[in-house]
Design a protein around this ligand. Sequence first.
Ligand SMILES: Nc1ncnc2c1ncn2[C@@H]1O[C@H](COP(=O)(O)OP(=O)(O)OP(=O)(O)O)[C@@H](O)[C@H]1O
Ligand SMILES: [Mg+2]
Length: 451
Amino acid sequence: MRSSQWKFRLWPASLAGRTASVLLIGLIIVQGLGLTIHALDRMDVQRLVQARDLAMRVVSLYRTIVLTDDARRPQILKELHRGPELSAVLSPLPPDVNLPGMPPIEQRLLRINMSLLVGGGPQIRWRELVFYGNHPMRRVVIGMHLPDGEWLNVSGTVEPLRPWDSPTFLVAFVLMTVTAAALTLWTVRRLIAPVRTLAEAAEALGRDVNAPPLPVDGPTEVATAAVAFNTMAARIRRFVQDRTELLTAIGHDLRTPITRLKLRAEFVEDDEQRAKILVDLEELEAMVSATLAFGRDARTTESVSSIDLAELLRTILDEAGDARPDVQEKLGYDGPAHMAVQARSLSLKRVFVNLVANAINYGGSAMVRLLSPDNRLVVVEIEDEGPGIGPADLERVFEPFHRGEPSRNRETGGVGLGLPIARNIMRAHGGDVILANRPTGGLRATVTLPV
Ligand SMILES: Nc1ncnc2c1ncn2[C@@H]1O[C@H](COP(=O)(O)OP(=O)(O)OP(=O)(O)O)[C@@H](O)[C@H]1O
Ligand SMILES: [Mg+2]
C-alpha cells in the first residue's frame, strides 16, 4: 500500500507526465555531463595559464640573479620587486621543504615554459631544476641550481583552480536549461494532445454512434489513427443501421400475411375459435406495429440538445395523471425544479413515459425522484408500491416481447417492448436502466445518464 503510493507519487500516471519526466531526466544527465566537460576543460586552460605566469616571473628573477656577480646577488635579491606571493633565497643547498614532489603534469608544464623563456647559452642555463608542490598546486617551491654552484630557491603560492569562475557562463547555462525544459514540456503537451482527443472521441462514440468524425490532421501517425477511428465508427454505424433495417423489413413483410389471415379467419365457422384467432392476430399486429415504430425511431437520428430533465419528468407525471385520474393522488415528484442535461429529447421522453406507465400499470403508483449529479451521473429513480418483479425476471423483462403476464391482456399494457427500448435508448446515451425490488415492497427503476 505504502510502496504503491510512493510509486504513484514518483512515477506520474499520465502519458504526458511520464514522457516529460523521461525527457527532463535525460536533459539533466546531458547538462550534467556538459557541465563536467566544461569544468575539466577550463581547469586545463587555467593550469596552462598559471604555469606560464609563474614560469615568466621565476625566470625573470633567475635571469637577473644569474647575470649579477656573486657578491652583489643577496643585495639585488633583496631589492628586486617580486610581488607579495613570491619569495626567493640563495642557498648552497637545494630547497629543503616538507612538500611532496609536484604532480608530473604541472612539473612538465613549468619545465617547458621555463626552458623556453630562459633561452641563452650554458653560462646562464641552470644545472638542475627541482619542483615541489602540494595539490592542488597552491604552494610551489622551485629550486634552480645556478651554473656557478649556488641554488636559487623560489617559493610561491598560486590561485586554486576555479572552473566555475565565470558569471556569464552560469547565467547562460541556467537560461539554456530552463529554455530546454520549457520547450520539452510544451512539446510533450502538444504531442500528447491527440491521444486525449482520441479518448474523448471514443467516449463520444460510446454515447452516440452518430457522433461527428474526428478531424484528420496533425502528424501522420495521428492522422492515420483518426482515419482508422473514423472508419471503425462508420462500420459500427452501418452495422447498427443494417440491423434496424432488417428488423423493420421483417416487421413490414409480416403485415400483409397478418391482414390476409384476419380476412380468412372470418370464414371460420366456430364462433369461439374465430374470436380467439382474431384476438391472437390483433396481438400479432400490435407487436409488429411496435417493432416498426421502434425501427422508425432508431432510424431517425435525433440530435442531442440541452433539455430540462426536471421539467420533462413533471410534464410526464402531469400527463399520466390526466390519463389516469384514479391514481393521480399516488403520483409524486421529488427533486430540483430545473436540471439541464444533454440528450435526445424525444427518446428520453419515451424512456420515462414507459417507466412511469409501468409503475402505474403494474404498481399502482409512481414516485419519481431526480437526484443531483454525482460522479458526473444524473440519477432518476421511479418507484411504485406494487408487487415488484421476481428476482429471476429482473433481467428477463429487458428481453423484447417478454411480459410478466403471459395472457397479453391489452388492458394492462403493451407488447413487452417498453423496457428493452428504454434500455437501448439509455445505453445509446452512455447511461443505463436497472430494475430492483425495494426492501419495503414495490419496484424501483433506476435510470442513469452521464452529464
Ligand atoms: N413497475 C413494475 N412492477 C411490476 N412489473 C413490472 C413493472 N414494470 C414492468 N414490469 C413487468 O415487465 C414487463 C415488461 O415491461 P415492458 O415495459 O417492457 O413491456 P409492457 O409494459 O408490457 O409493454 P409496452 O411497454 O411495450 O407497452 C411487463 O409486462 C411487466 O410484467
Ligand atoms: Mg411498458
